[in-house]
Design a protein around this ligand. Sequence first.
Ligand SMILES: [Zn+2]
Length: 149
Amino acid sequence: MEQAINPAKIKAIRTHSICAGHRVHGHESKCAHLHGHNYKFEFHCTAGSLDNVGRVIDFSDIKEKLCMWLEENWDHRFLLWEKDPIAADLSDADSMGVVRMPFNPTAENMAKHVLEIVGPEQFAGTGVMLEKVVLHETDKCFVEVSRSL
Ligand SMILES: [Zn+2]
């Protein structure tokens, strides 16, 4: 007899893409320049059990909570570490367009922020957990940050 699937192992995954600029302060080569990416996020969600309908979470709820957070906070913005020496000047030039972050905006730090801060805030009280974030910076390069690693 086959073993039953543990519902905690079932994931609902939704992707969302945004455009954003950044520079990586302290980078040894071209990523130290002002530039941008078409970032693609993958949100991997789990719950202890499936709901009455048979879902981890409705895909539209992932959109409402996580995709919309990206749209409102990072899409078409320029992401800079608050300690980057150019952050103040660029922020003066376009205060709405520049997001000063408490971390250097590498793909790793961005994915970690979404996993550790945004996910728990957005899913508070729902029983759903953002278990992993995959962030594609280019077609070839991506990072993965997971609670279960
Ligand atoms: Zn970059």
